[in-house]
Design a protein around this ligand. Structure first.
Ligand SMILES: [Zn+2]
Length: 266
């Protein structure tokens, strides 16, 4: 009982979750790094929820921030953005899309608030492949003192992915379904899971990765799935999350410890 009380007191003292913090908590803290999870609202096959990208970005951020805070990082997690850029999925019912330019304006305003409060670094933790903050980071370079990093969280485990996941995929696949099983099994309907059917473009050269174009997702796929979710498991999801959280937490700790000076981060 006493140990439990001590642990809960310690966890209260480390205010890394802004939404759960009070003014007193925040006044007693100093934040070097903010983390902004960004998701999307769109279908993920017949078996995963529309909030998949939001839930996973939020959960990975929570786990990474908690771990980084335990390591001594001065980190704060901001409320997660539930929408993303996915006009090419509007062919499916109830996809809700924000233009990338709208998302960028939201992030710009958040950066301005962070700068006002003296938070020097921001990590955008992205959970949706259609979101791209690269041009925004370049546009803001020299216009803000906040150093911005974007992490597509699933890319942090690119090198170990094939050791854990059997089949490649892009959407509502073995990877994503395993994450869902690990994080929110009550929202995963494995009995509805089916192998994603994917069409190839009539213009043959568009199959090359170097020819980039926007894929109409309702024509590319049948029920929005791209990949085979049937070999998914909670264990696979947990292994991926463990590796990703470890790496992101280390990034947060290193950013927190780093002194901002001319030419940062070099
Ligand atoms: Zn997704």
């Amino acid at each position: 009982m006493k140990i439990y009380m001590l642990i809960s007191m310690l966890s209260i003292m480390v205010a890394w979750n802004l939404q759960e913090s009070t003014l007193k908590d925040v006044k007693e803290s100093r934040f070097e790094v903010a983390v902004l999870p960004v998701g999307s609202t769109e279908p993920h096959g017949l078996h995963l929820p529309y909030g998949m990208d939001f839930y996973q970005a939020k959960a990975v951020s929570e786990m990474a921030c908690e771990k980084a805070a335990e390591m001594g990082a001065k980190v704060v997690m901001l409320p997660a953005i539930p929408y993303g850029s996915n006009r090419n999925s509007l062919g499916f019912p109830m996809t809700i899309s924000l233009d990338q330019s709208t998302l960028n304006m939201v992030v710009r305003d958040i950066v301005e608030s962070l700068e006002h409060h003296g938070v020097k670094k921001l990590v955008i933790l992205n959970g949706h492949g259609g979101n791209d903050f690269t041009p925004l980071m370049r546009d803001l370079y020299g216009r803000t003192r906040v150093f911005i990093v974007t992490v597509d969280w699933w890319r942090t485990v690119d090198d170990v992915r094939s050791m854990i996941i059997d089949e490649p995929g892009e959407h509502a696949d073995e990877f994503e379904t395993s994450i869902g099983l690990a994080l929110f099994p009550h929202l995963v309907r494995m009995e509805e899971a089916e192998e994603g059917a994917v069409n190839t473009p009539k213009v043959k050269s568009l199959s090359y990765a170097w020819a980039r174009f926007t894929r109409p997702w309702h024509v590319l796929t049948r029920n929005s799935g791209f990949g085979n979710p049937l070999k998914s498991s909670r264990e696979k999801g947990e292994k991926i999350l463990e590796a990703a959280v470890e790496r992101i937490a280390r990034l947060l700790k290193e950013l927190s410890d780093a002194e901002m000076a001319e030419g940062f981060p070099y």
